[in-house]
Design a protein around this ligand. Structure first.
Ligand SMILES: Cc1ncc(COP(=O)(O)O)c(C=O)c1O
Length: 383
């Protein structure tokens, strides 16, 4: 099966679907057992047919042997981190989603999991840091600066040091990038985003080819209670059917807008891996199919005028999250990345003038028309 055929059919299971074309929603907390302790499913915190259907679909799309779905992207990371113990060390590359940073620094560090977040370009520092670590984790493309990391080179390095590697591939989706094929041990997605695709559900998934990791993740889901609801899994199963066609349109619209913004005098810098001037362009071309639907901009406006401009747009709704069919715009400094201390945020390049766009699948001419109409007046610009 090819990608979209898998998205539609890989999760089909006659035994669970019975005669229906679409999967039933198994809204039940518990299941009748054939004998005490014997039954395909027992209790929805531990497993449910809607988890199975979604997991088979997502594993097929990522060409992974195993998938475990969770209540949210951060629920999935919580489950994975809970399998380590006090004193273990996690190494992560800079450029993490704010919630990932918060979970590392404000939660798991309090349980004596040591977390080291290091800059990506110092190879020797990274090699040293990986020595004796239990997990190496990075995002690519990163949120919100759209940096691109070389998945093969980095996961090869982790493997050479016997360290498990985890790639957050949420911005790319399984349609655009497959980290397991490039050497990662675990790929992580927030299914809240493109995979669900309609901004109507929260969920997460970890996928791997390693049975022991799958077993740990299943155990953690049941033990911690970070399971999704059957209905949320059903929504994601429905949403993911159109992932390929949506991503083609998201990517085409984002490429058009990235080029458009390069010409606008109120835009100081465009961050989009599809632009030839982007430092990660060659690696992105090698490891991705397309350059994704996210882009960020440095806007030449004082903060108050910038906030007004953000609220004035018709189609780009000011909201957190990304990957839905509708366009969204956000201000990372006060929204998605507010949990990173200001000084650290500025050091990372996430300025108060940075905005992040999740480009939807509207007609791109309408999006451009709106930006043309709402273009900030130059006399309010900083310079
Ligand atoms: C790149 C990335 N990873 C992980 C997450 C966390 O996912 P969730 O919000 O589903 O917990 C997010 C959420 O915005 C994200 O953008």
């Amino acid at each position: 099966m090819r990608f979209s055929t898998k998205a539609l059919h890989a999760g089909e299971n006659r035994h669970l679907y019975q005669s229906s074309v679409m999967p039933p929603i198994y809204m039940t907390s518990t299941f009748v057992q054939e004998e005490p302790g014997q039954g395909e499913y027992e209790y929805t915190r531990a497993g449910n047919p809607n988890f199975t259907i979604l997991e088979s679909t997502l594993a097929a799309l990522e060409d992974a042997q195993y998938a475990t779905v969770f209540s949210s992207g951060l629920g999935a990371l919580t489950a994975l981190l809970s399998s380590f113990k006090s004193g273990d060390r996690v190494v992560a590359l800079e450029g993490l989603y704010g919630g990932t940073y918060r979970l590392f620094m404000q939660v798991f560090q309090n349980f004596d999991l040591s977390i080291e977040i290091i800059p990506p370009h110092d190879f020797n520092h990274l090699k040293q840091a990986l020595r004796g670590a239990c997990l190496f984790c990075f995002e690519t493309p990163t949120n919100p600066l759209l940096d691109i990391y070389d998945i093969k080179a980095l996961t090869d390095l982790a493997r050479s040091q016997d360290v498990l590697s985890l790639v957050d591939s949420t911005f790319a989706t399984p349609y655009v990038q497959n980290p397991l094929k490039l050497g990662a041990d675990i790929v992580w997605h927030s299914t809240t985003k493109y995979i669900g695709g309609h901004s109507d559900t929260i969920g997460g998934v970890m996928m791997t080819n390693k049975k022991d990791i799958k077993e740990k993740l299943d155990f953690a889901r049941k033990a911690l209670g970070v399971n999704p609801s059957p209905f949320d899994c059903w929504l994601v199963t429905r949403g993911v059917k159109t992932l390929a066609v949506r991503m083609d349109r998201h990517q085409a619209n984002a490429e058009t807008l990235a080029t458009y913004f390069q010409e606008q005098d109120y835009v100081k810098k465009v961050y989009y891996p599809g632009l030839s001037i982007h430092p990660g362009n060659a690696i992105a071309a090698k490891q991705m199919r397309g350059f994704g639907g996210m882009l960020s901009l440095d806007i030449d406006l004082p903060t108050d005028a910038l906030k007004q401009w953000l609220c004035s747009l018709e189609y780009f709704k000011l909201a957190e999250s990304l990957g839905g069919v509708e366009s969204l715009i956000c201000h990372p400094a006060t929204m998605t990345h507010a949990s990173i201390p200001r000084e650290e945020r500025l050091r990372l390049g996430i300025s108060d003038q940075l905005v992040r766009l999740s480009v939807g699948i509207e007609e791109v001419e309408d999006l451009i028309e709106d930006f043309n109409k709402k273009a900030p007046k130059l006399n309010t610009a900083l310079t």
